[in-house]
Every structure is written in structure tokens, then in C-alpha cells.
Design a protein around this ligand. Structure first.
Ligand code: SF4
Length: 365
């Protein structure tokens, strides 16, 4: 039972099960955010169930679930007050992915979703280049990235000047750029691609030779599947470059029944040992469609956690690697971004205009 009371300072408090719940001092928060924060001060597992409902049961252990209930309830309330939506990449941890996200998926899914969103504020729970892409497609909206330092080894491997130099060295050769790049690099390119459509994008250009940047491994994996000659760049993903074919062979010894799925940012010798290669969305679809007894996802760790939560009948072997940039996203940084509306992404108009052309050309395929 909750009993309202007013203290000597005139501030309204409430007492529940003998615990005095202090009001939130932050005047920028509206009633629903304050109520959510007050309600979760109690914080036992039962309280978390009241606030969060069923969906997180079975995904997070009860203790972890209760521990993050306060943040999740506050973020949900802030979303309503700010008219905000949260896009979450597949590499987000389950508390973000299942607790507060409105749209989840790979880069392509999120880029498409960003175009049709009805929201004043969009939070991109992912890395900076993803938030830039959302801003490029939604120039009139406030786009927040929970941590401005959430970069990407691929995005940082190449500059706009590097693209101009590549064009000078290969005159007339079209440039297809992976979405994992800055807005400036996209603006210098002819078209964007993702790991799920890279081959289709390359072949859509109708040229005998294409510059596909900046991931050397994605480029090498596409080159194996197409007759188009590929020129690339020595960029690498710090997560996927670490997988080795010996790892797969060792897993197959212990789990001969396992289906091994590799992300196309893995080295070609790893992809060659796998049963299937595809984007994170394609991996999810594979598990949903094939229901293997045992599966191995050669990608970022949280991806397996999220897919496993949706498919409890499937056994996951997890030789995963963490992305240090993706893991800068936490419930706390998302909540702070919604409270302060910072850090907001800003892309200069001319760069955004040219980059948008390359993203839209990809989306139109
Ligand atoms: S997983 Fe690799 S490609 Fe994705 S953000 Fe991290 S470093 Fe970049």
C-alpha cells in the first residue's frame, strides 16, 4: 500500500512497506519519470516484475533483472516525455535490447527504420557512425548517441582524403562504401552498402572494377562471390578479425553437430570454414528458420545472448569477442542522454546532403 505524506520541507513523499521514498530532485523530469524512479527505489525482484512486466523474465537472471529495473523504468518514462524512440543494434546487451529498445536490428534494418520514424528524438544505441547515418536520414530530428566516444575501428581506418586519393589512383572506378564509415567518407562515395547487401551493391554498379572500402575482409569475401574486380582498403573490424579457422575446427571436434555462422567481416579463411556467412540479421533468420540443435555465431558476444534469449531451445557455443565501442552503451548512458538531450549528433548540411544521396541510393536497390 502506498501512503502519500508531506514533510516539513513541503515536499510530497510516499511510504510503502515501511520505506520512505524520497522524491526526485531533478526538476527537468516530468511526473511519469519521477514516479518511475520513486517506484523502483524499493528494487526487489517483485518490484521489478511490477514495473517491467514479463518480457525480461528468462532473459536476465532475476537478480540482474531487478538491478536494472530502476534504469529501465526511468528510460521508458523519459521516452514518453521526450517523444523519443531508441534504435538498438544487435550488439547491444540484453537489458538494452529487450528492456528499452523500440527497433532492433543490423545497420541496414536500423537505417531503413530511421527513415519512417515518428519521433522528436531518436537515440541510436550503437556506435557513432550509426548515429550519423540516422541523422543524415532525419536531418530535422534530434539524434542522440549515448557515448560520443563509441567509435569503430573500421570507421576510423579511412578519411575523406583517402577516398579522394583512391579515386585519383583509379580514375572512373565507382566507390561503394560500407556503412561503417563517417559521414564525410560516405559523402565522397557513390553508394553505401552493408554486410548483407555488399555483393548486390557492387554488382548493381555495372562496372568491371569497383572500389569497396574500408573493410579488407568484407571486400575479400565479396570478391570470392562475384566476377567484379574489387579494389579495397586495409581497414579491419577489431572484433571479427580475431576469429581463427583453428577455433572452428576445435569447436567441430567437440560439437560435430554445430552449425557455424560467420559474419562477413571475419577473415576469408574463417568464412571458408563456416557453414553460412551473413550479416547479424541473416544469422538471426538462419537460426529462426533452421532451428539447429547447436549453433555458433562468430560475431560480437551480445548477439549470441540476444538470439539465444529468443530461441531457448537452441544450444549456443560462444567463442565470441566483445566490441569495446558497442559496450560503451549502457542503461546509464542512455538514460543520461535522454535526460540531457546530449550528446546530439551534428552533420554539416553539405556533407549530410551528399552522404544522404549514397545511403538513399543503397536503400533504393
Ligand atoms: S563490431 Fe567491429 S565493425 Fe562493429 S562497431 Fe565494433 S569495431 Fe566497428
Amino acid at each position: 500500500m502506498t501512503v502519500p505524506l508531506r514533510g516539513g520541507d513541503g515536499v510530497r513523499r510516499s511510504v510503502r512497506r515501511g520505506i520512505i521514498i524520497e522524491p526526485i530532485a531533478d526538476p527537468s523530469l516530468g511526473d511519469s519519470a519521477r514516479k518511475a524512479r520513486m517506484a523502483t527505489r524499493l528494487n526487489p525482484v517483485a518490484e521489478a516484475a511490477d514495473i517491467l512486466g514479463e518480457p525480461l523474465q528468462g532473459i536476465l537472471p532475476p537478480v540482474e533483472w531487478a538491478a536494472c529495473a530502476d534504469e529501465i523504468a526511468a528510460i521508458r518514462a523519459l521516452k514518453r516525455e521526450r517523444r523519443a524512440l531508441i534504435l538498438a543494434h544487435n550488439y547491444m546487451t540484453p537489458d538494452i535490447y529487450f528492456g528499452v529498445a523500440d527497433v532492433t536490428g543490423d545497420s541496414l534494418t536500423l537505417a531503413r527504420a530511421a527513415q519512417g520514424l515518428d519521433a522528436a528524438v531518436i537515440v541510436m544505441a550503437g556506435v557513432y557512425f550509426m548515429a550519423e547515418t540516422v541523422k543524415i536520414l532525419n536531418p530535422g530530428r534530434t539524434v542522440l548517441v549515448p557515448d560520443r566516444e563509441a567509435g569503430c575501428s573500421l570507421s576510423e581506418s579511412i578519411t575523406a582524403g583517402d577516398v579522394r586519393e583512391l579515386r585519383r589512383r583509379h580514375p572512373g572506378v565507382p566507390v561503394a562504401t560500407y556503412v561503417n564509415t563517417s559521414a564525410e567518407v560516405k559523402a565522397e562515395s557513390d553508394i553505401c552498402c552493408t554486410s548483407s547487401n555488399a555483393r548486390r551493391v557492387v554488382e548493381s554498379l555495372g562496372a568491371p572494377r569497383v572500389i569497396l572500402i574500408p573493410d579488407r575482409y568484407l571486400a575479400a569475401n565479396v570478391a570470392r562471390e562475384t566476377s567484379v574486380e574489387i579494389v579495397t582498403w586495409p581497414g579491419r573490424c577489431v572484433v571479427h578479425e580475431r576469429f581463427r579457422p583453428e577455433e572452428i575446427r576445435a569447436i567441430r571436434t567437440d560439437h560435430p553437430e554445430a552449425h557455424v555462422l560467420a559474419h562477413p567481416e571475419c577473415p576469408p579463411e574463417v568464412v571458408a570454414e563456416a557453414d553460412f556467412s551473413g550479416s547479424t540479421a541473416a544469422m538471426s533468420e538462419y537460426v529462426a528458420r533452421r532451428h539447429p540443435d547447436t549453433v555458433v555465431l562468430l560475431t560480437e558476444c551480445s548477439m549470441s545472448d540476444n538470439v539465444a534469449a529468443e530461441h531457448p531451445e537452441v544450444h549456443f557455443v560462444r567463442p565470441c569477442n566483445l566490441c569495446p565501442y558497442m559496450k560503451m552503451n549502457t542503461l546509464a548512458t542512455i538514460r543520461r542522454a535522454l535526460e540531457t538531450l546530449r550528446p546530439a549528433v551534428d552533420v554539416p548540411d553539405e556533407v549530410a546532403r551528399r552522404a544522404r544521396r549514397t545511403v538513399e541510393r543503397m536503400l533504393a536497390l
